[in-house]
Design a protein around this ligand. Structure first.
Ligand code: FE2
Ligand code: FE2
Length: 336
């Protein structure tokens, strides 16, 4: 067994795979009468001991023993992690609705399930166009998450996990959580709309996969006019990638309009506020906020206060009412 384990919150990445062979998972994911397609280990001193074998039925005794031992983390081998992620996705609705599980642990499960799915969707080495199966999984994940995301304490706990890293899929998750949280302040009962916009928010930058990565890692003013035009084509390319699927109009509009601005200075259409649906305004704002606070690739990571100040200074670019709602959501979660 490896002597180190990563405190990773989103499955193994290439660097971690090299130095770590085990990943921390929540003991609350041991659900009696369910079978995991992965082995679970307990840390003992410097080593690890087998707690439950792959394919073993979890029982009440398993769960009780974890309580008796006061176990904070269980561990899954890197090669079993994909099966673990699928298990969490399959049981997510049940886990998120279980009031016996602390909200922080539910947030951790949500992150484990979401990261692996989002990562797959933004993997440059996989076929780029969204297939029906992957899309269906994203749809059900978001629909199972709505109740949890509507809780006052969810965003605070989730932010511990979703603020990490600056990969495209993490940005997609961050923007999705914020967008749904802001929408929840005025369209809480429209589940279809929340799911459609949530999907669009998670996938809004998918079109970047069609373009060279370097276009999005260099400074904007260091790009030639042609390169800037190419970079600006990512919303339309994103719609193209999803065009073979019967998607709600709101999802496609989110992908297409996420760089439009209230004053008409955005792209691709340059439509101004009165022509943009309110969910697109929320998304455009949350996209900007997440980009500023996530930083990375030569850009400074701003604090929430700095990011909001920057956004406010761009008078007219973002919808004032949506900005107010975003600030209220962030302060409620003690994030701003
Ligand atoms: Fe974008
Ligand atoms: Fe974005």
């Amino acid at each position: 067994m490896g002597s180190t384990a990563s405190a990773d919150n989103g499955g193994p990445n290439a660097k971690q795979k090299k130095r770590a062979r085990l990943f921390k998972v929540s003991p609350y994911m041991v659900i009696p009468s369910r079978v995991g397609g992965f082995s679970l280990f307990l840390k003992q001193g410097e080593g690890y001991v087998l707690y439950a074998e792959k394919g073993e039925l979890f029982t009440d005794a398993h769960k009780e023993r974890l309580g008796e031992l006061d176990v904070e983390h269980l561990y899954v081998k890197a090669e079993d992690y994909p099966q673990y992620a699928v298990y969490v996705q399959d049981h997510l609705e049940e886990v998120l609705g279980d009031e016996a599980i602390p909200v922080r642990e539910r947030a951790r499960a949500w992150n484990d399930a979401t990261v692996s799915l989002a990562k797959e969707s933004f993997d440059r080495s996989l076929p780029k166009s969204m297939d029906k199966r992957r899309f269906g999984k994203i749809r059900s994940l978001i629909s199972h998450s709505l109740k949890f995301l509507a809780r006052d304490d969810a965003l605070k706990e989730l932010s511990r996990f979703i603020s990490e890293g600056n990969e495209l899929f993490r940005h997609g998750i961050g923007v999705m959580v914020l967008t749904v949280s802001v929408l929840n302040t005025f369209v809480k009962d429209d589940a279809d709309l929340l799911v459609a916009v949530g999907m669009g928010a998670m996938l809004h930058d998918i079109g970047k996969l069609e373009l060279p990565e370097a276009l999005f890692t260099r400074r904007w003013d260091g790009l030639t006019q042609i390169e800037q035009d190419m970079a600006r084509s990512h919303p339309a390319l994103g719609v193209g990638l999803c065009s073979s699927l019967p998607l709600p109009q709101e999802t496609l509009q989110c992908i297409l309009f996420h760089h439009e601005l209230e004053d008409g200075s955005g792209y691709p259409s340059g439509a101004s506020g009165d022509l943009l649906p309110s969910y697109a305004k929320v998304l455009s704002l949350c996209n900007e906020y997440d980009n500023l606070t996530r930083g990375g690739k030569g850009k400074k990571k701003l604090t929430p206060f700095e990011a909001l100040t920057r956004i406010k200074s761009r008078r007219g670019a973002f919808n004032a009412e949506m900005l107010k709602r975003l600030i209220a959501v962030l302060s409620k979660a003690e994030l701003a």
